[in-house]
Ligand binder design. Structure first.
Ligand code: C2O
Ligand code: CU
Length: 482
């Protein structure tokens, strides 16, 4: 099987014996923000200001902050609370999350809580579920977090540009029943930015930003970032079990992650654990998707290896002649290797949705150029002019997503989990809940979704945010009666 996979990684192993004790990451208390001097992968962490153990109440301020992204330069980054990425929000399943949001950006914005099954009026879609939050304005998000898993938050106004300038942050919803022994957890937010050598961001709306053709391809920036850092070093002990919660927060870039000489156990994806773990050489994380992986670090003590970004073929021009790029480096301490205990059993009861009486919907992902503009759409119509897809509370639907154009589309439905029934006629090997599925070039994906009792207008769109802005979006009108 390995030979059919794209070459995914280059490895650089260097002996750095004896120099590394100071680099091992210290343990830190939950809720405390670790010292980035010591751990370059540390994330800002949201602080709970509410004494009730089941209410997590915090503030979040969107503002531009000068940060060092490219070493030796500064960049005006669009941030939540001054962080790139924004603060990690860590709550337990069933907790109530209250976020007092303020906007100090130069333009309007909102927050979308990607993947969370929350009430419609908390979903962050301007003009549909809430008004835009103007500069100087505020909005309080307040909802119960129903499902464990790895999620993220990002703006839903001018999203390709705003996320491209740095606006996104991670959410981890813990499952109190999860067995111990899954390893030392690292939340890794994967992204990119388009910066000039002096750190100046390239405005996608400028000529240099590439216009509609760059958007049609989907802008991939440079540098690559892991938790906002360029090629950070992750320090670990040989043999140690690590758990990576990967979040692809890039506007367009796909990450197909592999570590040479190392199998990865994928235990979860967009919306919590898989029905059962699976062992893989590489894990594809398309834009907006998440992957929860566990690995027992098969790397000798006192070595370094570079984990590379390797081009995934997501369509025309996306992988030809593209070299691997450094993503992050794993450096092992000189401690003798440890042998972790067997992985705990991780079965999750996911029943296949009953689709025998499901309402079919056909959504063709299309390109229809108009006058001088490139227009993407669904069934030939851009989102701005489309009629909503109708659905009734409690109804199960099967959507057939057909990609008629030359690039993959990571298709995202707000507010609901779905099951992938087939990709090009083939059922996935393991049952899982997703909110974003990759629809390959000229391919067909069938998904099943059961709408619940949360009426409203729910958005769906391609999560190559440039494609969404060219029109590849639509709405589900979830309502009570026909
Ligand atoms: Cu990450 Cu409209 O979504
Ligand atoms: Cu797309």
């Amino acid at each position: 099987m390995r030979s059919t996979l794209p070459a995914h990684l280059s490895i650089v192993t260097t002996c750095v014996a004896g120099a590394l004790l100071a680099c091992s990451a210290p343990p830190h208390e939950p809720g405390a923000t670790p010292d980035p001097e010591v751990d370059p992968l540390s994330l800002l962490e949201a602080k709970d200001q509410n004494p009730d153990p089941h209410v997590f109440e915090t503030t979040l301020d969107a503002r531009v902050e000068e940060l060092e992204v490219l070493p030796g330069t500064t960049t005006p980054v669009w941030t939540y609370d001054g962080g790139l990425p924004g603060p990690l929000i860590r709550v337990a399943q069933g907790d109530r999350l209250i976020v007092h949001f303020t906007n100090h950006l130069p333009e309007a914005t909102t927050i979308h809580w990607h993947g969370l099954r929350i009430p419609n009026d908390m979903d962050g879609v301007p003009g549909e579920t809430q008004p835009e939050v103007e500069p100087g304005g505020a909005f309080t998000y307040d909802f119960v977090v129903p499902d464990a898993g790895t999620y993220w938050y990002h703006p839903h106004v001018n999203a390709a540009a705003q996320a491209g300038f740095g606006l996104y942050g991670p959410i981890v919803v813990t499952d109190p029943a999860e067995p111990p022994g899954l390893g030392k957890e690292r939340v890794l937010v994967l992204s990119d930015m388009t910066l000039e050598d002096d750190g100046t961001p390239v405005d996608p709306a400028s000529v240099q930003g590439g216009g509609d053709f760059a958007a049609l391809f989907g802008r991939e920036g440079s540098p690559l970032l892991v938790n906002g850092k360029v090629n950070p070093v992750l320090s670990a002990r040989s043999g140690e079990r690590l758990r990576f919660r990967l979040i692809n927060a890039a506007r367009s870039r796909y990450f197909n992650l592999g570590i040479d000489g190392q199998m990865l156990t994928r235990i979860g994806s967009d919306d919590g654990l898989l029905a059962r773990p699976e062992s893989l050489a590489t894990v594809l994380v398309a834009s907006a998707q998440r992957a929860d992986i566990v690995l027992d670090l098969a790397q000798p003590p006192s070595t370094e290896q570079v984990v590379s970004w390797v081009a995934y073929d997501r369509g025309f021009g996306s992988h030809e002649f593209r070299k691997p790029e450094n993503l992050f480096t794993i450096r092992t301490t000189d401690d003798a290797p440890v042998t972790p205990p067997p992985l705990p059993a991780l079965e999750r009861d996911i029943q296949p949705l009953d689709v025998s009486a499901a309402t079919p919907q056909s959504l063709s992902l299309t390109q229809n150029n108009e006058a001088d503009a490139i227009v993407l759409g669904i069934n030939g119509v851009p989102g701005s002019r489309a009629e909503p897809v109708m659905a009734m509370l409690g109804e199960t639907q099967v959507w057939t997503l057909t990609n008629t154009i030359d690039w993959d589309h990571p298709f995202h439905l707000h507010g609901f989990f779905f099951q992938v029934l087939e990709v090009n006629g083939v059922a996935p090997s393991v049952l899982e809940w997703r909110d974003t599925v990759n629809v390959p070039v000229e391919g067909t994906v069938r998904i099943a979704v059961q709408f619940d009792e949360r009426p409203g207008m729910w958005m769906f769109h391609c999560h190559i945010l440039d494609h969404a802005e060219l029109g590849m979006m639509g709405m589900v009108h979830l309502h009570a009666s026909p």
